[in-house]
Write a protein that binds this ligand. Structure first.
Ligand SMILES: [Zn+2]
Length: 505
């Protein structure tokens, strides 16, 4: 076993592929500083992961692979507390133990950071005082009929039952995600990981969909203090409704959600028509999908949409919710994805080389969720994992094959090409409107129109339109009516034909 040392970013992939040990030696001459020397575990190979090798060399090739410094948020208390979450009991320890057993936590570019202590003040940056007070009260209280009405009012029932130490868990989750934010804003790390976070359904004054606290919204709010534009990407099976709604009126954060959208399926929101409001109009992107979607189709859709979003919005930081309930075998029984599908998507985003926070989320088949987030940790580190699950405390739960990979089922894919094409083309049209508003020419035009309308408005300050000041309302109407059009470049990346061709492969 050799020491893992510092690495160059670009070409160690091609020089070292097929010779992991030589690759480790190459790492020694890297200009990247402050990476601790650690031993390379035998269960991993310091090369580009399998999933990245399969990415077609089209327009994404401009984003070169890069050795990333990764912060992994962990402490024994974090795991102990998150093990108490009623709908994902003991999941946190399974995920962490598998990642640890692969030796990923002793690999050079990763640093384990203990979570900061989340406080009431952190929760209050998004949640209401009444809701936080209730969580605090329930922390020590036994579940009793006496408080049923109050709990139901704030969603602590059915999907989100009360449990002992509920307030400590909420604070710990938020503290862990904020530690990830802190790691990114310090510029010492390119990626931060909190697999105990990612609770995207919790609302300001309501627990919902197994989520008691919205650490995502709180993290995004914190990120906007350091980054101009923050992009949120939701890969969970369910729509990221509460995160979208929290930022539906602002352009500082753009939300993109890929999810199952079907009558009666929770939470029932996330139509392609949900685009945001006011200043946030077109900054909410929804890609509704049907059951049975496979790795190739899902990755193609995500890649096409995210390429367009990145080009239009030009984010300075990214948060990805990596819910694992989209995997085949999950009790939600909907999508037909494997680790390769979601791994390809995360790898594509990471190749933008932007500060990125990776969060957990759904995932109700515990061994598969552990497999998925272990694989994503490896993707972030750019290493390949051995297929055999290493022997560890929970090894027997990975039977009967004890392999890392999972196999897709033979269920039909209900996403027709026509339907997908229509959805993606609609999304493209909306996303390009974001670009128009941001582009210099249109920005100047908008500024001129705004100045002109302000000039008029000064003489009639009391005039309102649709409940908002006259000037803002007219700008909004002009943008909505697609007045600021730009000509589509022929054969540009928005061209669906390329995607269609790839999907047919
Ligand atoms: Zn979910």
């Amino acid at each position: 076993m050799e020491k893992c040392e510092q690495s160059t970013t670009k070409d160690h992939q091609e020089r070292d592929e097929g010779n992991p040990q030589r690759g480790v030696k190459r790492l020694a001459s890297s200009p990247v500083t402050n990476l601790r020397e650690k031993e390379v575990p035998t269960a991993i190979t310091p090369a580009v992961s399998k999933v990245t090798e399969k990415i077609p060399t089209d327009q994404v090739a401009q984003f070169a692979p890069k050795l990333r410094r990764v912060a992994y948020i962990w402490s024994p208390q974090l795991i102990d507390l998150c093990n108490l979450l009623p709908r994902v009991l003991h999941r946190a320890s399974r995920v962490h133990t598998l990642i640890e057993s692969y030796g990923l936590l002793t690999y050079g570019p990763i640093t384990v950071l203990p979570p900061i202590e989340g406080g009431k003040e952190h929760l209050l940056t998004f949640h209401s005082q009444e809701y936080v007070d209730l969580l605090e009260f329930l922390n020590e209280e036994e579940d009793s009929e006496k408080w049923m009405e109050k709990k139901e009012e704030f969603g602590i029932s059915c999907d989100c039952p009360s449990f002992p130490r509920i307030f400590e868990v909420a604070k710990m989750i938020v503290g862990a995600s904020l530690t990830g934010v802190q790691a990114l804003t310090s510029k010492e790390y390119q990626v931060a990981i909190n697999w105990t976070g990612g609770w995207h359904h919790s609302r300001r004054d309501e627990a919902a969909g197994f989520c008691y606290v919205n650490d995502i919204v709180i993290s995004l709010l914190k990120l906007t203090e350091s980054f101009k534009r923050v992009l949120y990407i939701d890969l969970d099976l369910h729509h990221g409704d509460a995160v979208q709604d929290a930022f539906a009126h602002t352009s500082r954060i753009m939300t993109v959600s890929f999810h199952k959208y079907s009558p009666g399926f929770y939470p029932g929101t996330g139509s392609v028509e949900d685009v945001g409001y006011g200043r946030g109009r077109y900054h909410c992107v929804n890609v509704p999908l049907e059951d049975g979607i496979t790795d190739v189709v899902f990755y193609t859709v995500v890649k096409r949409v995210m390429f367009e979003v990145q080009k239009a919005y030009q984010p300075s930081a990214v948060v990805i919710q990596c819910g694992a309930d989209c995997l085949v075998g999950d009790p939600m029984n909907s999508f037909n994805l494997t680790l390769k599908g979601i791994g390809n998507c995360v790898d594509f985003i990471l190749r933008w080389n932007l500060p990125t926070l990776l969060l957990g989320g759904g995932g109700y088949h515990t061994p598969n969720t552990a497999r998925c987030w272990t694989q994503l940790t490896a993707v972030a580190l750019g290493v390949r994992l051995k297929s055999e699950i290493p022997d560890h405390q929970f090894f027997l739960e990975y039977g009967p094959d004890y392999q890392l990979e999972i196999t897709p089922s033979n269920r039909p894919d209900l996403n027709t090409k026509d339907c997908l094409r229509t959805t993606v083309q609609t999304v493209f049209r909306r996303v390009r409107l974001v670009f128009q508003v941001l582009s210099i020419g249109n920005w100047m035009l908008v500024q001129f129109v705004r100045w002109f309308l302000n000039f008029i408005h000064r003489s009639c300050t009391s005039v309102m339109m649709d409940g908002v000041p006259f000037t803002s309302a007219v700008i909004e109407k002009l943008v909505s009516a697609e007045v600021f059009l730009w000509r589509e470049r022929p054969g540009g990346p928005g061209n669906w034909n390329g995607c269609h061709h790839y999907m047919s492969a």
